[in-house]
Design a binder for this molecule. Sequence first.
Ligand code: NAD
Ligand code: DAU
Length: 329
Amino acid sequence: MLVTGGAGFIGANFVIHTVERHPETEVIVLDALTYAGNRRNLDAVAGQVTFIQGDICDSEIVDRCVRDCDTVVHFAAESHVDNSLHDPSPFIRSNIIGTFTILEAVRRYERRLHHISTDEVFGDLPLDSADQFTEETPYDPSSPYSASKASSDMLVRAWVRSYGVLATLSNCANNYGPYQHVEKFIPRQVTNVLTGARPKLYGAGVNVREWTHVDDHNEAVHRILADGRIGQTYLVGSGDERSNKEIVELILELMGCPVDGYDRVDDRPGHDLRYSNDSTKLRTELGWRPRYGDFRAGLAATIEWYRDNEWWWKPRKSETEAKYQVLGR
Ligand code: NAD
Ligand code: DAU
């Protein structure tokens, strides 16, 4: 199995999960080690996977890797909305050209592909409604990041229909868990508290996200690889929706700080209001259920992970905050 982006947050957790629960699978990781990738994310499986540092836009490397595997699980992407608003170009390159390059190799060697996407391709939902995204919701992306992911999904769908490529897609809601880069919401606030800084809430903090533990996302990917129908899209989400303000307050409470000890900063331009995935298809067709039903417990464990692994996040904290300073957030 070739795992692109296997040194990033979800990809590394996927590789560890695969080595532990599917030891018969030989894993090759292809990752460019951008600012978001970290070889040490794979320490737990050192010697058990083959690591290749390379760019998914490089058709020679991609060709060699795809030729040597049966299945490709494609996580590699530029993943942070705020970065895409500042400079969209790497998103266009990695997310669109990179996916195109993978698709062409998969077509050439007739390999199975699973493409990892996001609920952000659907745009957003009103705050005061029970509406949910489904597999039939029309695409309506808001940011350069989500537009580039929407483009990559469209390419995958076209390659399935026109070339018979054996691909499935999944669109997951927000993930949390270990090894998530300190630029992202939960790790940023946790490491702010750990470094004596105050959490930063965009705008009024009313925006809602659906939080899914990374292991639950990765279990869904394994179920789709095993029994998913070719050409189909599966939405993944825990059903646990929370406002950003609620999350910041919960982090502060769990870390023993006053719950109003955060700063309000400028809002993100075009900030999506609410995401919510209807994952009925995944649950009924493939029997998926989130194992991390208790978000409070999952968040507490994640906070502990950051407390115990300062060596992992500390070297990236100041450069990340310097980027935010430029953005005024
Ligand atoms: P991440 O930023 O933590 O990791 C991305 C990885 O891809 C890094 O290791 C990076 O080095 C690698 N990469 C980037 N560009 C590359 C290139 N051109 N060639 C090779 N490698 C490259 O991202 P993540 O949060 O783990 O997200 C992984 C995937 O899941 C992405 O496709 C993202 O769109 C999707 N997704 C993320 C979430 C979330 O909440 N984080 C939710 C749904 C879907
Ligand atoms: O929904 C899936 C998506 O979730 C993935 O496709 C993306 O790759 C992933 O980054 C994530 O996107 P978001 O933009 O929702 O996540 P982020 O962690 O950047 O922010 C979550 C929410 O918190 C969002 O409403 C913005 C807000 N926020 C974020 C940061 C970094 C803050 O209020 N303060 C912050 O400091």
